[in-house]
Design a protein around this ligand. Sequence first.
Ligand code: ADP
Ligand code: MG
Length: 218
Amino acid sequence: MIELDKISFFYGKSQILNSISLKADNGKCVVIAGPNGSGKSTLLSIIAGARKPSEGTIKSDGKIGYVPQCTALFEDLSVKENIRFFASIGKVRTVDLNELPFNIKEIENKKVSKLSIGMKKRVSIACALVSDPSILILDEPCAALDIIYRDELLDLIGKLKEDGKTIIYVGHDFNEINRIYDNLLLIKNGNAVFYKNKSELCCSSDELDSYVRKALQI
Ligand code: ADP
Ligand code: MG
């Protein structure tokens, strides 16, 4: 579970987020969407605990896994070594790489600096999952993934929800969003345009896409 109450954030004098609230229960996925520069990644970094909000409060009740938009891995280490590191900071002693998603086993000995962006994204998601977080924060995770791994990720999010995990997901593609979301927070220029439940929006991906465009006036 994670709950944000009236979160605001300033970079110096410029206000990036203005009084954003949301609640994500166990087993639910909140999707955050909005145009470039609207503050989505800043909001996720605050939810992950990397940045402190200027105003507002956050309540959460579990271990957090975070996949930032710009993948944060140790470039000089191998995939396996990165996985081991993230396991150890998550207090997990042994990892079976065969059990990790995205065919991590097949690239375990590669140095991260030698990987493609999509491969790095697979590793970054695996690193976030390895400590078995109860809250998983994903910032545009599908952007660099090919269709197969995108599908695997969306299926995996479904399973994590069934296991009672909380997912916070930033994305742009409403075909993908429609498969996973329970609540949709739409933000523009740091303001919430709306925060709605799936039952209030329930429609096809195309309808959802045009509803959001209308709400954003684009
Ligand atoms: P989004 O993820 O929705 O594209 P971001 O959260 O990355 O948006 O950025 C929101 C706004 O904050 C943008 O106007 C961006 O230029 C600004 N911004 C992002 N990072 C910094 C920073 N480190 N210092 C100052 N402004 C920043
Ligand atoms: Mg972003």
